[in-house]
Design a protein around this ligand. Structure first.
Ligand SMILES: Cc1cc2nc3c(=O)[nH]c(=O)nc-3n(C[C@H](O)[C@H](O)[C@H](O)COP(=O)(O)OP(=O)(O)OC[C@H]3O[C@@H](n4cnc5c(N)ncnc54)[C@H](O)[C@@H]3O)c2cc1C
Length: 466
């Protein structure tokens, strides 16, 4: 049994660490968490209770074990919390920390070996039987198996943003940094209209009650909204899924979903999308590279809005801001952002194709997950790419990997003992970033790491490596 090193202190790292701690083994589990609070990562570090989970409480958890219960934990402080509620993300962060504490306590009692390292991993080097992991504090850990759980990459500025605008302090690349801006903007523009943009707008509306808020994206499409109570599952979903698995591309899939909707007009359309969850990875893996590219270009925006829906409470608050005239949503392409602050944004309206200029005291980029490892300044991933240990997915959706998470090297070989979990695997699994998928992946990977078997991935390798 060889030691395991998990790199990344977010919820994916926590789920895997906890799953490994539960096993009886003589090996040591190293968890390299970086400087932030272990387990919370980007999503659950928020202190703003207007930032809600986009999964109902009953669907959230860290492990797959039946004894863990997020709802029960939430109810110990908030008795009226319900399984169908979309609770604050902070509460889930508290739950993750509590779950970790109890796993760590139990592991200590059993003499299970583990070590937490509050430092960043900066290099991974192959050795004869495993890897050396170098930390920023110069410590070197030797492990037979290494898992990258580093989440999404730090956002890169859009190409249309001028250097002077970036240097001005009025262009914010990290939406979670809003509280650090002390001067109230008269107008704040958010680039993006997805879930992160929704959170940013809700925070900004409280932080600066008099600010005019604008959100701009190419389609101006906000996420669709979850129904207040779960919709009834579609009774013929398995037939629909079988049809979808036989489709050639996304146009055929869309046609199949439309047909099902026509045949069952009483079924909430969201049930069709939710019922596809178990086959999403297989559907993605069945697409050729060209069809994946086509999907990303033409259908990604609407898929993201339909699949990653917003909590009804968040949607109501956004609607209220719009009704009060405090928030405007624009469907427009951002052609440029210039100036030293205030900033000038040039946009081309989608419907009219008219170009106009908007002034803003603060522009926040909230354009979603960045997984383009080929362009990243992430020290560890850059080194692994330079050394051929990691290769970018051909569509810049993370790294090339097998469906079980094993990384493909520059020679096209799957590497023994080198894995990824979470966002870096989007190229292979597409939907792999939400907790329901992450906790299942962590469970399967923990099993594989301890047994020396492959994790249970779904389907085939990505087209570039097949
Ligand atoms: C704002 C937001 C809201 C979300 N809401 C939900 C939700 O409601 N429900 C749901 O199911 N999913 C949600 N998600 C999906 C979310 O991505 C997952 O739930 C989960 O939090 C992802 O965890 P992660 O560990 O993969 O990534 P992250 O949370 O990004 O954590 C990765 C961590 O690794 C650290 N790290 C990076 N490089 C290194 C290194 N070299 N050495 C050491 N540490 C390193 C990073 O600093 C970071 O702390 C949300 C995501 C976001 C961004």
């Amino acid at each position: 049994m060889t030691d395991v090193a998990i790199i990344g202190g977010g919820a994916a790292g926590a789920a895997l660490f906890g799953a490994l701690l539960k096993q009886d083994s003589a090996a040591t589990v190293h968890w390299i968490t970086g400087a932030s609070t272990a387990g919370r990562g980007v999503a659950y570090a928020t202190r703003d209770d207007r930032h809600l989970l986009n999964v109902r409480a009953s669907g959230m958890g860290l492990y797959v074990d039946p004894e863990e219960d997020f709802l029960q934990h939430a109810q110990s402080d908030h008795q009226d919390a319900c399984g169908t509620d979309f609770l604050p993300r902070r509460w889930f962060g508290d739950f993750v920390e509590a779950q970790l504490r109890s796993r760590i306590d139990a592991a200590e009692k059993r003499g299970r070996r583990f070590a937490l390292h509050a430092a960043e991993a900066v290099r991974v080097e192959p050795r004869q039987h495993g890897y050396d992991v170098l930390l920023a504090n110069r410590e070197v850990l030797r492990a037979g198996k290494v898992v990258l759980a580093v989440g999404a990459l730090s956002p890169r500025p859009l190409r249309t943003v001028a250097a002077e605008a970036l240097a001005s302090g009025a262009y914010e690349l990290n939406p979670w940094n809003l509280p650090q801006h002390v001067r109230a903007p008269r107008r704040l523009i958010v680039i993006g209209t997805g879930l992160t943009a929704v959170d940013t707008l809700l925070s900004a509306s409280t932080q600066w009650p008099h600010a005019e808020l604008v959100a701009v994206s190419r389609h101006g499409q906000l996420p669709f909204v979850h129904p207040p109570l779960p919709a009834q599952p579609y009774s013929l979903q398995s037939r629909l899924n079988a049809t979808l698995l036989g489709c050639e591309g996304t146009a055929d899939m869309l046609h199949a979903i439309r047909q099902a909707a026509n045949e069952a007009p009483d079924v909430d359309w969201r049930s069709f999308i939710d019922g596809m969850r178990p086959i999403n990875a297989s559907l993605w893996q069945g697409l050729t590279l060209a069809r994946r590219r086509q999907f990303l270009r033409h259908a990604r925006w609407i898929w993201e809005a339909a699949r990653h829906r917003t909590a009804p409470g968040s949607a109501q608050s956004i609607q209220q801001l719009r009704d009060e005239g405090r928030l405007q949503i624009l469907a427009a392409r951002v052609l440029g952002v210039d100036g030293h602050g205030p900033l000038e944004m040039t946009v081309r309206n989608r419907a009219s194709q008219v170009t106009s200029r908007l002034q803003a005291d603060l522009v926040v980029q909230a354009t979603g997950l960045d997984t383009a490892v080929a362009f990243t300044e992430h020290a560890l991933l850059s080194q692994m790419m330079a050394d051929g240990l990691a290769v970018a997915d051909p569509l810049q959706l993370g790294v090339s990997a097998l469906p079980d998470g094993r990384l493909i090297d520059a020679a096209g070989q799957a590497q023994a003992g080198l894995y990824a979990i979470g966002s870096l695997l989007r190229g292979n699994l597409w939907e792999c970033t939400a907790m329901p998928e992450i906790r299942a992946a962590a469970h399967s990977l923990a099993h594989a790491l301890s047994n020396g078997q492959q994790a249970q991935g779904t389907g085939r390798a990505s087209p570039a490596v097949a």
